[in-house]
Design a protein around this ligand. Structure first.
Ligand SMILES: Nc1ncnc2c1ncn2[C@@H]1O[C@H](COP(=O)(O)OP(=O)(O)OP(=O)(O)O)[C@@H](O)[C@H]1O
Ligand SMILES: [Mg+2]
Length: 594
C-alpha cells in the first residue's frame, strides 16, 4: 500500500505510461510507414525489371540470349514470363514447370490482358486462388506486366510475379527492430525516471522528517539546501518557517510565563472557569481559599474540583446576566470578597474569572474603628451624665449645706479630671499608634528610678493594706531609655496590681538584670484575669470587669499605652495570670536599643 502511495512510484508510473503510449503510437506509425515503403519499393523494382527485360528482349534478336540475360537479371524469388505472342513464350527456369501459372491466365484475365491489348503497364496484388488454376500459391502475390514489341505487328508482354511474403519478411525484421528499440527505450526510461524522481523526492523526504521533528517541538531542526530550484526554495522557506515558529513559540512562552508569574505573585486569588463552571486555572491565594472551603465542608482534599455554592451561584449570575457580580462570604474566620466577571471569546461568553480578595484585615479594622467609637462614647457618656446631674443639683439648690455643695463640686471636679485624663490618654495612644511616639532617650540609673516609683505607691499600698516590695537581682547599672515613659508603664502596672488586689495581699516589683537587658516583673496576689481574656488585655478599652463598674477600673487604655511604649523601646511585654491567685506582667527592655 505504502509503495503505491509514494510520489516516486506515482510519477514513475505516469511517465512509464506516457512513454509506452508514445512509443506504441510511434511504433504503429513507423511500421505502417515501413511496410508501405517496402511494398512500394518492391513494386518499383519489379516494374523496372519488367521494363528492362522488355527492352532487352526487343534489343536482342537472339531470343535465347535475351531470355538467358533476363533470367540472370531476375532473382530467385521472382517468376518471369515473357510472351512474344500467344504461341511463343518463355517461363523463367527457377521453378518446376508445373508451378508456373498457365499462359491462359495472363491472356484471359481482363486486367492483365490489357498489357497485350492496350500496351499498358499493370501492377497488382492478388491471390491466385481461382479454382481452375492447377497451381496453388498460399500467399498474396505481386504481379506486374510491361508491354513488349519484338516486331511491329506482334503484341507481347513481360510479366513478373513474386510472393508478397518476401516483402513481409523484410517488414517483419524491421518490426522486430522497432519493437526492440521501443523495449530498450522503455527500460532506459524506467531506470532514468526512477533515478531522477528519487533525486527529486529525497530532499522532500528529508523535509518530511524535519517537519515531523518540528511538530514534536524541535524547532532547531534545519533542512540542508541542496539544490537551487523550487525544492531548494522550499527548503529555505521551511527553515524560515522553523525560525519564525521558534520565535513565536518563545514569545508565547514568555507571555505565558509572565502571565503565570503575575498570577502566582498576586495577593488576590484568581480562579478561571470555563462555560460549564469547571475550574481551569487557580493561583496560590485562590488555592488557599478553596482548601479552606474544602476543609470547612469536611472534604479531605482539593481533589474534588468543586466550587463553593456561593461562588457557583455568582458564576451562574455572571454568565446569565453577562455582567460583573460581587459577593462577600466568610468562613474559617476570614472574609472574602469575590468579584466574578464574564470572559468573552470575541462574541460569546466562554467562562468567567473570579477575583478573590481576602478582606479579613479590612473587616477587622472596620470593627476596631466601630468598637473604638462605641467605647469612647461610652467612656465619655458616664462622666458627662454625672457632670450634668451634679451641676443640675447645684443649679436647683438641692444641696442644703456647704458641706454637700463641696461634695458635689468634688465629684464634678473628679469627673472632669477623669475626662481630661481619658482624652489625654486617647491622644497619646493615637499619636503612638500613628508612629509619632518620640522617646527622650537618656542614660538612666535604674535603681533610683525603681526606688522612686515604689516609694510613690507605698502610701496607696498602705492605705489598702497591701504589702508592696521591690527586689533587685544583679547590678542594675544604667540603661538607655526614656525615664518618663518607663515610669508611666511601671506606674500603670503597679497601679493595676494594687487596684486588683484585696486587702492583705502583696505586690512585688522584681527587676532582673541580664546581659542583654532588664526584665521587670510586676507580680500580685490579686483577682487574676480570666484565661480567655489574656490575649486581649493589651487592646484598647479592654476591661476584665465587663460591667464597667466605676471605682476600681480606669479607662482601659493603660496597658495599650504600656505596650506601645515598650515596643518603642524594642522591648517585649507579656502577661501570666491565674484567676484568684494572681497576675504577673513582665516587660523586657534590651540594652542595645536605638
Ligand atoms: N494586675 C491585674 N490583675 C487583674 N486584672 C488586671 C490587672 N491589670 C490589669 N487588669 C485588667 O486589665 C484591664 C485593663 O487595664 P488597663 O491598665 O489597660 O486599664 P485600666 O487600669 O482599667 O485603666 P487605666 O490604666 O487607663 O486607668 C483592667 O481593667 C483590668 O480589668
Ligand atoms: Mg491601669
Amino acid at each position: 500500500m505504502m509503495f503505491w502511495r509514494s510520489v516516486v512510484v506515482k510519477l514513475w508510473f505516469t511517465i512509464l505510461l506516457l512513454v509506452s503510449f508514445v512509443l506504441f503510437i510511434l511504433t504503429i506509425l513507423l511500421l505502417e510507414f515501413f511496410e508501405n515503403n517496402h511494398v512500394d519499393e518492391a513494386e518499383n523494382d519489379l516494374n523496372q525489371l519488367a521494363t528492362k527485360i522488355a527492352a532487352i528482349m526487343e534489343d536482342y534478336d537472339d531470343k535465347s540470349l535475351g531470355t538467358s540475360i533476363a533470367w540472370e537479371l531476375a532473382d530467385d524469388v521472382t517468376q518471369v514470363l515473357i510472351i512474344e505472342d500467344s504461341d511463343t513464350y518463355w517461363y523463367s527456369p527457377n521453378r518446376e514447370s508445373s508451378e508456373n501459372l498457365p499462359i491462359s491466365y495472363f491472356l484471359e484475365d481482363p486486367k492483365l490482358s490489357r498489357v497485350l491489348s492496350h500496351d499498358e503497364k499493370v501492377s497488382e496484388k492478388r491471390y491466385f486462388t481461382d479454382a481452375d488454376l492447377q497451381v496453388y500459391y498460399p500467399d498474396q502475390m505481386f504481379i506486374v506486366g510491361a508491354p513488349l514489341h519484338i516486331t511491329e505487328d506482334k503484341k507481347g508482354a513481360v510479366f513478373l510475379y513474386q510472393s508478397l511474403n518476401v516483402v513481409q519478411e523484410t517488414s517483419k525484421r524491421t518490426t522486430s527492430f522497432i519493437w526492440l528499440a521501443a523495449g530498450v527505450a522503455i527500460v532506459l526510461t524506467t531506470i532514468f525516471a526512477f533515478f531522477l524522481l528519487s533525486r527529486i523526492t529525497s530532499p522532500l523526504r528529508i523535509m518530511r522528517e524535519a517537519a515531523l521533528e518540528v511538530a514534536r517541538g524541535k524547532f532547531d531542526r534545519k533542512v540542508p539546501i541542496l539544490t537551487n530550484d523550487e525544492i531548494g526554495e522550499l527548503a529555505t522557506a521551511f527553515n524560515q518557517m522553523g525560525r519564525q515558529l521558534k520565535y513565536n513559540i518563545n514569545a508565547l512562552n514568555q507571555e505565558k510565563e509572565q502571565l503565570s508569574s503575575i498570577l502566582s505573585s498576586m495577593a488576590d486569588g484568581v480562579i478561571t472557569l470555563n462555560r460549564d463552571g469547571t475550574i481551569l486555572i487557580t493561583n496560590p491565594p485562590a488555592e488557599r481559599f478553596l482548601q479552606a472551603w474544602y476543609y470547612q465542608q469536611g472534604m479531605n482534599n482539593g481533589a474534588s474540583e468543586e466550587l463553593p455554592h456561593e461562588v457557583k451561584e455568582l458564576f451562574q449570575k455572571a454568565v446569565s446576566f453577562e455582567s460583573e457580580q460581587i459577593v462577600e462570604i466568610s468562613f474559617q474566620g476570614r472574609s472574602w470578597v469575590i468579584l466574578m466577571s464574564p470572559l468573552y471569546n470575541q462574541t460569546y461568553i466562554r467562562g468567567a474569572v473570579a477575583v478573590l480578595r481576602d478582606m479579613t484585615e479590612e473587616r477587622r479594622l472596620d470593627k476596631l474603628r466601630k468598637d473604638f467609637i462605641a467605647n469612647v462614647s461610652h467612656e465619655l457618656r458616664t462622666p458627662i451624665a454625672m457632670l450634668q446631674g451634679y451641676s443640675e443639683a447645684i443649679i436647683d439648690d438641692i444641696a442644703s449645706s456647704d458641706e454637700e455643695k463641696k461634695e458635689i463640686a468634688q465629684v464634678i471636679y473628679d469627673e472632669s479630671l477623669r475626662m481630661g485624663r481619658l482624652v489625654n490618654e486617647l491622644l497619646d495612644l493615637a499619636r503612638m499608634e500613628a508612629g509619632h511616639i518620640s522617646l527622650n532617650l537618656e542614660i538612666v540609673e535604674i535603681e533610683p528610678l525603681v526606688d522612686r516609683i515604689v516609694r510613690k505607691f507605698q502610701g496607696l499600698a498602705k492605705e489598702k493594706q497591701i504589702s508592696l516590695s521591690c527586689s533587685k537581682n544583679g547590678i542594675l547599672g544604667t540603661l538607655n531609655l526614656d525615664p518618663d515613659r518607663i515610669e508611666q508603664v511601671l506606674t500603670n502596672l503597679i497601679d493595676n496590681a494594687i487596684r486588683h488586689t484585696e486587702e492583705g495581699g502583696n505586690v512585688t516589683l522584681k527587676v532582673v538584670s541580664t546581659q542583654s537587658g532588664l526584665q521587670f516583673d510586676v507580680q500580685d496576689s490579686g483577682s487574676g484575669i480570666p484565661e480567655e481574656d489574656l490575649p486581649f488585655v493589651f487592646e484598647r478599652f479592654y476591661k476584665a470587669d465587663k460591667a464597667r463598674t466605676r471605682g476600681r477600673s480606669g479607662t482601659g487604655l493603660g496597658l495599650a499605652i504600656a505596650k506601645n511604649i515598650v515596643d518603642a523601646h524594642q522591648g517585649d511585654i507579656s502577661v501570666h495570670s491565674k484567676i484568684n491567685e494572681g497576675t504577673t506582667f513582665s516587660f523586657f527592655i534590651p540594652r542595645k536599643n536605638g
